[in-house]
Design a protein around this ligand. Structure first.
Ligand code: SF4
Length: 448
């Protein structure tokens, strides 16, 4: 694939607030009392949220709990098992788990024996498929040889390393110090253990980042040749995370931030990575690039996933499930999460039942975000309405985006261009009926 070049004018023009479309409608619409029903047979994706971290990184926006008390993870696993036991009663026995993901917080906060215990619990409560993509978020600072072995023993075959930035000044400001050597050791240990795919997370827009420093960060991480990169925009939300105020005066301005993104896209595509869309890049032979080509890419709460048509069951504090046309979110506070489970109840906080129109629009948005192409006849058959007729007004609204080279409208379909991948949320937003309410736009992050 050719390197992607993007002008700053285009980045400026399309840098507006918009949903990330990990769900449709976005999670701020999950305001109903959750109702849960038996899931149908089918492939399952299981997500487990492990909230504990040893220290607080100052850029972090995750739902986490900082503690020096290692014993808290054992207590949490006890509650997680209660939840698995309850949740398993809603899963048809003929289902098969095809995907497992541990996120956090810091999953590698767990002791090696706890990692193996968790793997055993998952296998004992849920029906396992023959081939499972099992991924884990890894903090290189607390990864040991024993934990790597425990992850492999528990069946994990994919790892995502939090790297963010390699510059010592930036690392000091965000209170996350990890040398490139440390990242290299973690990468090597995971690779040698047999992990099939390794992702690095980077963040642009961090305090103290400059074009030169971030360019060096990208050069540094490219020497370790991960299979994938996720390059996220730093989200400044001091009203939710007050510790972010500590470096407010050191944040790069919008112009620099856009240049950092431009730099990342150009350097990574020049180095041979395929730009998947939004924040993700992968080597051409990685499962993610193959899923993009095969039309099996999917978007869920962890970003892009390589498996389509799976029912997502999220467990652990704050996690979100999506199956049977419904979304459910767990309690975001640990006390409320534990209290519900002590009462032998699923720890559900809120939910949403998709309407018929939601399902149609969800399908259209997922096709744009994941396949980068809509074949009108194929999608019409999938959703049971005449796509071109149903979305007549939405399709007609795309003139400006087509003129800017973000997409092509063909007689039987709509194709996102390589440039349009960068702005794919902007295209998807034209098919989002909730955005008719202009006031809701302010609640979303910038699209680039
Ligand atoms: S970035 Fe990761 S390790 Fe750091 S505080 Fe947030 S969840 Fe914990």
């Amino acid at each position: 694939m050719n390197p992607i070049t993007v002008s700053l004018d285009q980045l400026r023009k399309y840098n507006v607030a918009g949903p990330r479309y990990t769900s449709y409608p976005p999670a701020n619409h999950f305001t109903q009392t959750p109702e849960i029903e038996m899931a149908e047979d089918g492939p399952l994706s299981l997500y487990f949220h492990l909230p504990f971290c040893s220290t607080q990184c100052l850029y972090c926006g995750c739902t986490n709990i900082v503690t020096g008390d290692q014993s808290r993870s054992a207590e949490y696993l006890g509650y997680l098992e209660r939840e698995m036991k309850l949740r398993a009663t809603y899963i048809a026995p003929e289902s098969e788990t095809v995907q497992i993901q541990l996120g956090g917080g810091t999953p590698t906060f767990l002791l090696p024996e706890e990692i193996e215990q968790l793997g055993g619990m998952i296998r004992s409560y849920f029906p396992m498929g023959k081939t499972i993509e099992a991924g884990v978020e890894v903090d290189p600072r607390c990864l040991t040889a024993e934990k790597v072995q425990a992850l492999r023993n528990a069946g994990f075959n994919r790892a995502s390393l939090g790297v963010q930035d390699t510059d010592p000044v930036v690392q000091k400001t965000i209170a996350r110090i990890q040398t490139l050597e440390k990242v290299g050791e973690a990468n090597q240990a995971l690779r040698e253990s047999g992990m099939e795919s390794i992702n690095f997370d980077l963040i642009y827009g961090l305090p103290g980042q400059t074009i030169e420093s971030f360019s060096q960060t990208i050069d540094d991480v490219l020497t370790l040749s991960p299979d994938r990169f996720a390059v996220y925009s730093y989200a400044h939300i001091p009203w939710i995370k007050p510790f972010q105020k500590s470096f407010e005066d050191q944040l790069p301005d919008v112009e620099i931030k856009l240049q950092l993104l431009q730099l990342a896209i150009e350097k990574l595509t020049e180095a041979g990575y395929v730009y998947i869309g939004m924040d993700h890049f992968s080597k051409p032979d990685d499962a993610m690039a193959k899923a993009l080509n095969n039309g099996t890419l999917q978007r869920n709460f962890q970003g892009y996933s390589t498996l389509k048509g799976v029912e997502l069951h999220g467990m652990g504090m704050s996690s979100i499930s999506h199956f049977g046309g419904r979304y459910h979110q767990n309690h975001k506070e640990l006390d409320a999460y534990y209290a519900a489970l002590r009462n032998n109840e699923l720890p559900l906080l809120r939910g949403y039942t998709m309407t018929g129109e939601d399902k149609i629009r969800y399908a259209a948005i997922m096709h744009i975000m994941c396949n980068l192409y809509i074949d009108y006849a194929q999608l019409s058959a999938e959703i049971g309405v005449d796509f071109a007729e149903y979305f007549k007004t939405d399709i007609a609204s795309l003139n400006d985006l087509e003129a800017d080279g973000l997409l092509h409208r063909e007689p039987g379909g709509l194709r996102v261009t390589p440039l349009g991948r960068l702005f794919v949320r902007i295209i998807a937003m034209r098919f989002d009926s909730y955005l008719q309410n202009e006031q809701s736009k302010g609640r979303y992050s910038q699209t680039v």
